[in-house]
Structure formats: structure tokens, C-alpha cells
Design a binder for this molecule. Structure first.
Ligand code: ATP
Length: 210
């Protein structure tokens, strides 16, 4: 591959984005996980941490001074205006970190596929930033089961699923789709097939989604 191409990887909550990205990383992609960047942005001492405590109050802090992410999650998923306030703080930090990583890769002469995992890719309308978009989808019942296994109750799962665009919309808009309803091995097979397409299309130049 003689150039750097940027691929967005999106999907619903608990649809398998992180698992799919791990397969692409094993195949040679450089993965930037914006969920991870968002988590780090809220670590104590970070500018977004300070701003979040200013906006939501010290009652979102645990005894050790870190943000209680479950408490903050329950606040923002219960009220879309509160969610917007948090997104307004965190999203610019995430974009700066992601763009910074990309600039570093380019400066180092990196060639190949950069996969950016971005759950709200269509919601924040950044699809045009990418050469191609992959959606990882699954049935809502599967999302609920996985969230339940993670310790979320029905209301918490519901609020998180409703806060995103419906899965069929993401699947319809994406250039590539992996449907994650079987084993992880089947997801790996689908990601490997998509990887081969990315590899074969990348050297041709231009926007591979055209
Ligand atoms: P989030 O939206 O919370 O970041 P995600 O889309 O990144 O989630 P993963 O973390 O990859 O999703 O997967 C959610 C959970 O489901 C994980 O515990 C993962 O191990 C499990 N999982 C993913 N795919 C499968 C599969 N095909 N079979 C069984 N378990 C799976």
C-alpha cells in the first residue's frame, strides 16, 4: 500500500466495534479508538475533566477525585441537553487527539489503513472525512443482552440505544457492513474480507467509496 487511507468504523453500542477493530489491527491497520480518547479526556488533570466538573458539579466525582463515569452516564443519557453539553466539552478534545495522531503518522511516513473507531460517526456527520466507512451491526436484542452482561439494567440500555441513530440507518449508509450475530470467528472472517477489499482498492488512488 503506497499511501495512507482513513477508514471510519462505526456501529451501535455493543455491536462489536472494538472486537472488529482488533481484527483489523492484527491484519495491519493502525487503529485510533475515539472511545478510548474520550475516556482519557475525562481523566483528572485533563482540560475536559476540569470543564466537566465545572458544568456538572462536584457531585459527579468519586471519593478518589475521579469522575464517576456511571453517574455521569446516567445524567447525560437521561437528558439530551445534558448530553449535548458533555459532547461539546469532550468532542473537540477527541478530535484534536485523533488529528494529532494522524499528523504524527503522516510525519513518520506511515503508509496503509488507519481505522478510526467512532461510534457517533454519522450523528456528528464526519463521514466525508473518510475514504470509506465500515458499520458493525447486530440486532437490538443482541445489543441489550451484551449491555445486560456488562451490568446495565433495561432502562440504562434503552437510554443508550435511543441516544444513537438506529442501526439500520448506519448499515444503509456505510460502504462496508459486518453483521455481528454469530461467533467472534465469523466476525473475524467478515473483517478479513473487508480488509482485502480495502487493500485492493487503496493503491488505485482517490476516494475508494466512489
Ligand atoms: P461499545 O459501544 O460499548 O464501545 P463495542 O461496539 O466496541 O461496544 P465490543 O466491546 O467489541 O462492542 O463488544 C461488546 C461485547 O460483546 C464485548 O464483551 C465482546 O466481547 C462481546 N462480543 C462482541 N462480538 C461478539 C460475538 N460475535 N460473540 C460473542 N460476544 C461478542
Amino acid at each position: 500500500m503506497d499511501k495512507l487511507i482513513q477508514v471510519g468504523l462505526t456501529g451501535g453500542i455493543a455491536s462489536g466495534k472494538t472486537t472488529a477493530a482488533a481484527t483489523l489491527a492484527a491484519l495491519g491497520a493502525h487503529v485510533i479508538d475515539t472511545d478510548e480518547l474520550a475516556r482519557r479526556a475525562l481523566d483528572p488533570g485533563e482540560p475536559a475533566f476540569e470543564a466537566t466538573v465545572r458544568v456538572f458539579g462536584r457531585e459527579i466525582l468519586k471519593a478518589d477525585g475521579a469522575i464517576d463515569r456511571e453517574r455521569l452516564g446516567n445524567i447525560v443519557f437521561a437528558d439530551s441537553r445534558q448530553r449535548q453539553r458533555l459532547n461539546d466539552i469532550v468532542h473537540p478534545e477527541v478530535r484534536a487527539a485523533w488529528q494529532g495522531e494522524l499528523i504524527e503518522l503522516k510525519r513518520a511516513g506511515w503508509r496503509g489503513v488507519v481505522v478510526v473507531v467512532i461510534p457517533l460517526l454519522y450523528e456528528v456527520a464526519v463521514q466525508d472525512w473518510f475514504d470509506a466507512v465500515i458499520a458493525v451491526g447486530c440486532a437490538e436484542t443482541t445489543q441489550r443482552r451484551r449491555l445486560h452482561e456488562r451490568g446495565l439494567n433495561e432502562a440504562q440500555a434503552d437510554a443508550r440505544i435511543r441516544a444513537q441513530l438506529p442501526m439500520p440507518v448506519k448499515v444503509e449508509r456505510a460502504d462496508f457492513v459486518a453483521w455481528n450475530e454469530c461467533s467472534q470467528a465469523v466476525l473475524e472472517q467478515q473483517m478479513t474480507r473487508i480488509w482485502k477489499r480495502l487493500e485492493s482498492l487503496a493503491p488505485a488512488g482517490g476516494n475508494i467509496s466512489n
